[in-house]
Design a protein around this ligand. Structure first.
Ligand code: NAD
Length: 328
């Protein structure tokens, strides 16, 4: 059977990719993300494929009537898994496509903060070729705290070993073999926050991890650099701004922001933004973006040629064979 797929939020890369390959899926591309406004486009299809900007909530799932929602991402917090399960819709993700890619971006952010790369480039572009105000710090012998030792977290630890950092990690499902092999130590979350010079987030966003770093956690940290390439909702944004102001956080490198949907061009008017996102949080996002001690990239950690190729290839397999189903 040829599965008819509505492929939402298509990129130029994906359109070109499909020109080069033969597939027995019948794919129709839509430029828009899938959400309440666009759900009717999915009518008559057997499956939908969505990127992270989609909002596949209960209302959308009830309207679209498909067998599969194939996420072109590792995280699937933009899909209401509980409702999908009740409706008998399989939701698939792509677990491994960017585990080295996101780990590499983690270090791009870390080095941007530790070596003030952004300020240095701007200074030179402005015509000043000196190092006034650009002194950074070494990563060597600093302690990196990794929260979440899945595929991205473990790759970040491998890279940290190359920089001769000490690594402590927290994960409710520890991988003791890997900790022996890679020479890192599992500790409780509070101990990690107390001991780390740099804290990097690599756990999924769900009801247990929302605001896993909040006011209480910032109080434990002392002069720490926070890196988040996972999901914005893991960090309480208002508390982060306070922690930057009081110096418990020295700087931050963020690829993801809380309520980043409110920063996207897809928002047509303020009322729509208010419906989808918390305006206060969006205001705080803008404050973070403007700060000199914070480096923000636009949810771009996955975005390498090689990772995108793996992403599309695995999504095709998921659509054909219902591989990589996710659970609650
Ligand atoms: P993974 O499933 O391999 O690993 C997640 C790890 O987090 C697991 O080891 C799990 O046990 C651990 N975990 C679960 N609950 C936790 C908690 N409360 N505290 C600490 N650890 C906990 O996932 P991954 O491939 O390593 O990806 C991690 C996250 O990175 C994804 O969920 C996604 O949100 C994010 N991501 C971001 C980008 C990007 O472009 N910025 C791209 C891919 C993935």
């Amino acid at each position: 059977m040829t599965r008819k797929v509505a492929w939402f939020d298509v990129s130029g890369f994906e359109k070109n990719f499909f020109k080069e390959i033969d597939t027995d899926l019948t794919i129709t591309f839509f430029e828009q993300p899938l959400n309440e406004k666009t759900a009717e486009l999915a009518k008559g299809f057997d499956a939908v494929s969505v990127f992270i900007n989609s909002d596949v909530n209960e209302k959308v799932l009830k309207e679209i009537d498909v067998d599969i929602v194939a996420c072109r991402s590792t995280g699937f917090d933009h899909v209401d898994i509980e409702t999908a399960e009740k409706l008998g819709i399989t939701v698939c993700n792509v677990p491994e496509y960017s585990s080295n890619t996101v780990a590499e971006h983690t270090f791009a952010l870390m080095l941007s903060v530790s070596r003030k790369i952004y300020d240095a480039i701007n200074k030179v572009k402005d015509g000043t070729f000196d190092h006034e105000g650009l002194r950074g710090f070494d990563l060597k012998e600093k302690t990196l705290g990794v929260i979440g030792t899945g595929s991205i977290g473990l790759n970040a630890i491998r890279i940290a070993n190359g920089f001769q950092m000490e690594v402590v990690a927290y994960d409710p499902f520890p991988k003791h073999e890997e900790s022996k092999k890679l020479g890192f130590e599992y500790v409780e979350l509070n101990e990690l926050l107390e001991r780390s010079d740099i804290v990097s987030l690599h756990c999924p966003l769900n009801k247990h991890t929302e605001h896993i770093i909040s006011e209480e956690e910032f109080e434990i940290m002392e002069e720490v650099v926070l890196i988040n390439t996972s999901r914005g909702g893991l960090v309480d944004t208002e508390a982060l701004i306070k922690a930057l102001d009081d110096g418990s956080i020295l700087g931050a490198g963020l690829d993801v922001l809380e309520d980043e949907c409110g920063l996207s061009d897809d928002i047509d008017y303020l009322g729509e933004m208010e419906d989808k996102c918390d305006l206060q949080t969006i205001l705080h996002d803008h404050i973070l973006i403007k700060r000199e001690d914070v480096v923000v990239t636009p949810h771009n950690a996955f975005n390498s040629e090689e990772a995108l190729t793996r992403l599309v290839e695995s999504t095709i397999d998921n659509l054909k064979e219902e591989k990589n189903p996710v659970n609650l």
